[in-house]
Design a protein around this ligand. Structure first.
Ligand code: ATP
Length: 360
């Protein structure tokens, strides 16, 4: 099952030529700098923009052949756009009324989004984060084939964002509705996206599993502060004596392999089997050719160099390291690359501290 999007459109000063395919269900994030055309893609997909050429196919249904009102695409904008004169309950009912006939359990959505205690309130009395949760609930209750979200957290401050992100992660894990998500915040993308569509100046420059695209040394993500591996993992065990948790990478990007890589992180307060994602910044990963003796870094992970690339300007080199099914990214100086003779196919050890690992 997949979501396939093809779009060509010219504005007077901008042209979009976009094509991508992503597994569905799943969260597909369009990511890229301001003005690269992300919102244009969403508008064309949802039918708000009459694009010069557009084709959107979801699970074999050509949505773009349908008039916008029959596409059944739920849209959530930056600012919730709730009806101010309706209570939360009635805003949600509006979504329900647009659903096709059939059983729906509104309570499940209400519970998932944690908005049960707000039903009698009016939008003006809600916090920004609560408003967005209601807007998402309203969109979901219309039973969309596809949920489209245009920077749903951009208008919120950091605290509100942190409040709403876990709800979005829960939606991702429990819903079968595919989501197309626009953001220019790497933090959101790292946490939520399954597939990353990286855009630049109206074009797609990379598309694939988020871990793969984030760790690709030939794409601009690897050059900035955002460079780092994003790895889905599960809690394998706790080592209470050392106050550490052992994570095992689940489903990665570098190709088939039986056993997921294992990482040590500071003790996490979740039971074994819990699934989460981790981010390992490329600037925190050191490479070695031999196992160092008596070193404080808890993670000394054997892997194989997949690619080496020098960043423009020649002051930084990026190394992709395949570890089981996962990819790590390490930022080195070109001098270190030369000293260690790092090249594709070479076995290396990737070293990083457990506290460098960000648990998302
Ligand atoms: N209705 C329009 N008429 C003319 N130009 C437009 C129109 N809508 C968008 N554009 C232009 O198309 C380009 C892409 O805009 P778009 O909103 O898709 O970018 P974006 O990646 O979503 O940006 P941001 O992250 O800032 O929201 C911009 O240069 C914008 O000025």
């Amino acid at each position: 099952m997949s979501l396939d999007v093809f779009l060509r459109h010219r504005f007077p000063d901008f042209s979009a030529d976009v094509s991508f395919s992503a597994p569905a269900p799943g969260v597909t994030a369009l990511f890229g700098p301001s003005g690269c055309g992300k919102s244009t893609v969403l508008s064309a997909v949802s039918g708000l923009l009459r694009a010069d050429e557009v084709r959107v196919v979801l699970d074999g249904i050509v949505l773009s052949d349908l008039p916008p009102e029959r596409r059944r695409i739920g849209v959530v904008f930056q600012e919730g756009r709730l009806f101010p004169h309706l209570s939360v309950r009635d805003n949600l009912r509006y979504g329900l009324r647009r659903a096709p006939p059939g059983p729906i359990d509104p309570d499940e959505t209400v519970e998932l989004l944690g908005i049960g205690h707000l039903l009698k309130r009016y939008p003006a009395t809600l916090s920004g984060g609560e408003r967005q949760r209601v807007a998402i609930g309203r969109a979901l209750l219309s039973q969309p084939r596809l949920l489209v979200m245009d920077e749903p957290l951009a208008a919120l401050d950091a605290a509100r964002k942190a409040e709403i992100l876990p709800y979005l992660a829960r939606l991702r894990d429990s819903l079968r509705t595919p989501v197309l998500y626009v953001s220019h915040a790497m933090e959101e993308v790292a946490r939520l996206a399954d597939t990353l569509v990286l855009m630049e100046a109206g074009r797609v420059i990379g598309c694939g599993p988020v871990g793969e695209i984030a760790a690709r040394a030939d794409l601009p993500l690897a050059l900035g502060n955002d460079a780092g591996a994003i790895i889905p993992a599960e809690i394998a065990a706790h080592d209470d004596a050392r106050a550490l948790t052992v994570l095992r990478a689940t489903g990665g990007a570098a190709g088939a392999s039986s056993e997921g890589a294992r990482f040590l992180v500071p003790r996490i307060g979740l039971p074994p089997g819990s699934r989460l994602r981790i981010r390992i910044p490329a600037s925190d990963v050191v490479l070695a050719l031999e196992r160092p003796a008596r070193i404080s870094a808890n993670n000394v992970i054997p892997g194989t160099v997949r690619a080496v690339r020098e960043a423009p300007g020649g002051r930084l080199a990026l190394v992709e390291i395949a570890v089981g099914d996962s990819l790590l990214l390490s930022q080195l100086t070109p001098d270190s690359v030369a000293q260690l003779e790092i090249e594709a196919g070479k076995p290396v050890l990737a070293l990083f501290k457990s506290i460098a690992v960000q648990v998302l």
